[in-house]
Every structure is written in C-alpha cells, then in structure tokens.
Design a protein. Structure first.
Length: 161
C-alpha cells in the first residue's frame, strides 16, 4: 500500500450501491449484505494526504479482489465493515424543502426538463409525492452526495478510461 503524499483530485471509477438487502437473522455475529444493483462511473474524487492506494499487481491480488469488490462473496461490505456508507447522514424536512424545490424547478429549465422526464418514468410519484421530492433533493446542492457511495475506488490504467 502507498500513502497519498498530498491532497489532490483524481479521476477514479466510483461505484454507488443502488439497491441492497440484509439478512433478517445474524450469521456469525453479522447481518450479511446482499448487493442487488450497482452503478459505476468515472468522476473526479478528492483524495487526501494519508489516504491509501493499493496496487493490484501484487501477490495478494486475489485476496484484494475478494475483499474490496462490493460483489465479492466475502467482501468487507458483505460482512458489515462499510455499513456507514449505506446510511444517509444528512436529509431534509419535507415541509421546509418543498419551497426550495419549487424555486429550483422555476429557476432551472434544465432541471425542470429532467424532472418532467423522471416523473414520466415514475408514475408512482403521483401516489407518493415524497419520492419526487427526494429526487429533487438529490439533485440539489444540499444533498451530501456520498450516501451509498462505495468507499473503495478503482484507479484506471494510464491510457485506458
């Protein structure tokens, strides 16, 4: 492992856990997590001095893959070592955010178009308006942006995006 020497920003493959479930009963003192769906994309990530880069070209490559991949059978995520990423830390109060959401839609035509498209794809928002409000919150600068973001990133080989 190599410590990052100074704060920097890197283009990394980041994975978000879109859907997961947990065992209803403990197994070996844990409630194993099952990943149902993931989403990954290349994004700029702030990396700080003291963070770790773990090269995969080493003898422990198989072990690293098994424990660091969110889909690994015995991954750290499965055994609850990364449960904190599965919890939203910041949120909003509906009665307060409703006015902000209306203002966002009124002032941002691009957001309005994306919202209308999302609304067309999610007809259940009619019966559950809190889901539409949550979608808008997630598009706002108030959203923490790190909920369900897996804390292990992939560094791509040079020249291979």
């Amino acid at each position: 492992m190599n410590a990052v020497p100074r704060d920097t920003t890197m283009l990394l493959r980041v994975t978000w856990i879109e859907a997961f479930s947990t065992a209803s009963r403990p197994y070996e003192g844990h409630h194993p997590v099952t990943i149902d769906s993931l989403r990954s994309e290349l994004v700029p990530v702030d990396v700080y001095a003291g963070d770790w880069v773990i090269p995969s070209d080493q003898k422990a490559k198989r072990y690293l893959t098994e424990v660091l991949s969110p889909k690994g059978h015995d991954a750290f995520l499965v055994w609850n070592f990364f449960d904190a990423v599965l919890q939203r830390k910041e949120y909003y109060s509906s009665y307060i955010f409703e006015d902000t959401a209306e203002e966002m839609l009124r002032n941002d035509p691009n957001l309005r178009a994306r919202y209308d498209a999302a609304q067309a794809q999610n007809p259940e928002w009619e019966a559950h308006p809190e889901r539409a409000l949550r979608w808008l919150y997630e598009q706002s600068p108030h959203d923490e942006g790190t909920a369900n973001r897996y804390p292990v990133y992939e560094m791509l080989p040079v020249g291979n995006p």
